[in-house]
Design a protein around this ligand. Structure first.
Ligand code: SAM
Ligand code: SF4
Length: 381
């Protein structure tokens, strides 16, 4: 902790992440840290979150004055109105916030909760939609229908939320190209949706989908299929005015997610809550991934063993930045990150191979090659 304090002596922490590890159930593909919502546990958890935040405020003082706050999960809107209000009041003292996001699932918004969001400055709502086919939603073990998505969007419109994002998953099993096209067409026809994240399904250890693959009940899609579905999304979304500013993220102009852009630009951020990660200078730390241990350690004021910390070398830090920047539309700009000569050489080779383009000192993955970004990264590093 001493080291951490010294390290960021000169810098401000402009970005704050808060983790709410509760959901109403477990989706078949998801390995994010979340447990079933329990009112009593959640009451305690919110109290401890506020204590952890106060602890950091006592250390960093005015250095902790975030421009962006992101409450993610899990599903933050599983919290009751009372629990949400307690948390939002504790964040309300930050007066520099320009983007304040909360994640939700369809069907988990109410008028009361939206009133709270308005009152305490939440100005961006990110909703996991994944699919608009009720059959598909069922086998994903989602607890909502396509109709719930529309109802939640109506409610957000009524409360005049102007910055709404939705998540979709591409290359899901049993979803044809035509179904996928219809989904993209539908979501992009909703005026209120200014930002769309399109994640390619990844089979994660410990999920129901991983078990199903193991037992042969489910077959993964091929790389070619993933590539094709990615291209379908890109072409349709770009033709409807969404710009692909990051490999998995599309936004109407001015609606890019500032909080996530800060991650990808390698800025410092503080994560609070069980399982939350922080990046402070060369330190990367992650809080304990257990609600019980988190509550116990905060109760005992045991903040130093709340997280595990890794100290990166300057080279490792540069590698991380190169990887993130390659995913961004803005690309790798030689005047803003330190790129070793041998990587610049490889970047030039990729320009000759027509994979990258070089414009005003920035190397960018060509628009029709962005599905190959991960392979390009592997080649570079
Ligand atoms: C942390 S989750 C929270 C969102 C919210 N709880 C929900 O599910 O509606 C953020 C997003 O990650 C994506 N995601 C989670 N697991 C994934 C996986 N295995 N493959 C692809 N996308 C995944 C989903 O699109 C999900 O909406
Ligand atoms: S996708 Fe969202 S709702 Fe589903 S288990 Fe993961 S965090 Fe919870």
């Amino acid at each position: 902790m001493e080291y951490l304090r010294k390290k960021i002596e000169m810098k401000n922490i402009d970005h704050l992440y808060i983790h709410i590890p509760f959901c109403t159930g477990k989706c078949s593909y998801c390995s994010f840290f979340s447990k079933p919502y329990d009112e009593e546990v959640a009451n305690l958890y919110v109290d401890k979150l506020i204590e952890e935040l106060k602890y950091y405020q006592s250390i960093y003082k005015e250095q902790l004055n975030p421009k962006t706050i992101y409450i993610g999960g899990g599903t933050p809107t599983t919290l009751s109105k009372l629990q949400l209000e307690k948390l939002l009041i504790s964040l309300y003292e930050f007066k520099n916030v320009t983007e304040f996001t909360i994640e939700t699932n369809p069907g988990l918004l109410s008028e009361g909760k939206l009133e709270l969001f308005k009152k305490y400055g939440v100005n961006r709502v990110s909703m996991g939609v994944q699919s608009l086919d009720d059959g598909v939603l069922k086998y994903l073990n989602r607890r909502h229908t396509a109709g719930d998505v529309e109802k939640s969007l109506e409610l957000l419109k009524r409360y005049e939320f102007e910055n709404v994002s939705i998540d979709l998953i591409s290359s899901l099993p049993n979803v044809s190209k035509e179904d996928w096209e219809r989904t993209i067409e539908k979501v992009s026809s909703w005026d209120i949706v200014k930002h769309i994240s399109v994640y390619c399904l990844s089979i994660e250890d410990g999920t129901k989908f991983a078990d199903m693959i193991e037992s042969g009940c489910l077959v993964s899609n091929t790389d070619d299929h993933e590539f094709e579905m990615g291209q379908v999304a890109r072409e349709l979304l770009e033709s409807r005015g969404y710009s692909r500013y990051e490999i998995s993220n599309y936004a109407k102009q001015g609606f890019e997610c500032m909080h996530n852009l800060a991650y990808w630009h390698g800025e410092d951020f503080l994560g609070v809550g069980a399982g939350a990660s922080s990046r402070l200078g060369l330190e990367r730390s992650t809080n304990v991934e257990s609600i019980e241990d988190y509550i116990l350690q905060v109760t005992n004021d045991d903040f130093s063993s709340l997280h595990e910390t890794e100290l990166l070398s300057e080279d490792e830090d540069a590698t991380e930045r190169i990887m993130f920047n390659l995913r961004l539309e803005s690309g790798i700009c030689l005047d803003s990150i330190n790129v070793p000569d041998y990587i610049v050489q490889k970047l030039d080779e990729l320009v000759n191979l027509n994979m990258l383009e070089l414009a005003v000192g920035c190397y960018k993955v060509k628009s029709d090659k962005r599905e190959l970004t991960n392979s390009i990264c592997e080649y570079l590093l």
